[in-house]
Ligand binder design. Structure first.
Ligand code: SF4
Length: 184
């Protein structure tokens, strides 16, 4: 565990000074992610937003507050989850990260975080996160579902920032209920 923590911290330090893709030019702070090295659940979103870029912490803005509510409602302790994004630096004007940015960042950091943490389940939030792992999946078909691979479970729902649309907010709430009911 100590060894895992050290490796995870080392990775976070590398992310904070990374210049491997163009997104470093736009960031105030890179956002490596946070949570325990022995987390059983990992939550992965798209990219840091403005509040995250300011603070260097994941999911602390409006979408993060909604995520907190969803976790509370389903009796999931945020402190026990490792929360991060596919790319660790905020894209300009919150645009969707480009394919090369995703490939570089995920290969260098996200994949290594997963290798170290070895979560039992990964919850993917939003299209970018889903497509990074399952290129052919459509969220409209897979949200609320869980699939089992040789290594772990993957679950899918919309990104909490889409909760500004009432219809999507209701779908996210239902997805969280379904997903956490199934893995209890
Ligand atoms: S997004 Fe990832 S690869 Fe690109 S500069 Fe930031 S940490 Fe490095």
């Amino acid at each position: 565990m100590f060894f895992k923590n050290q490796k995870l911290n080392l990775l976070s330090n590398q992310i904070k000074i990374c210049k491997k893709c163009r997104l470093w030019k736009f960031r105030k702070n890179a956002v490596p992610g946070e949570g325990p090295a022995n987390a059983r659940l990992m939550i992965i979103g798209e990219a840091p937003g403005a509040s995250e870029d300011e603070s260097g912490r994941p999911f602390i803005g409006k979408a993060g507050k909604f995520l907190n509510k969803l976790l509370e409602k389903n009796k999931i302790d945020r402190k026990k989850i490792f929360i991060t994004n596919v790319v660790k630096c905020r894209p300009p004007k919150n645009r969707v990260p480009e394919d090369d940015e995703i490939n570089i960042c995920a290969k260098n950091y996200l994949e290594k975080q997963i290798e170290l943490i070895k979560p039992k389940m990964i919850l993917l939030l939003g299209n970018t996160a889903v497509k990074t792992f399952f290129a052919s999946f459509e969220l409209s078909e897979h949200h609320g579902k869980i699939i089992k691979t040789a290594k772990r479970l993957y679950a899918f729902t919309y990104h909490p920032s889409a909760a500004r649309f009432t219809k999507i907010r209701k779908k996210i709430e239902k997805d969280f209920e379904n997903i956490f009911e199934l893995v209890k």
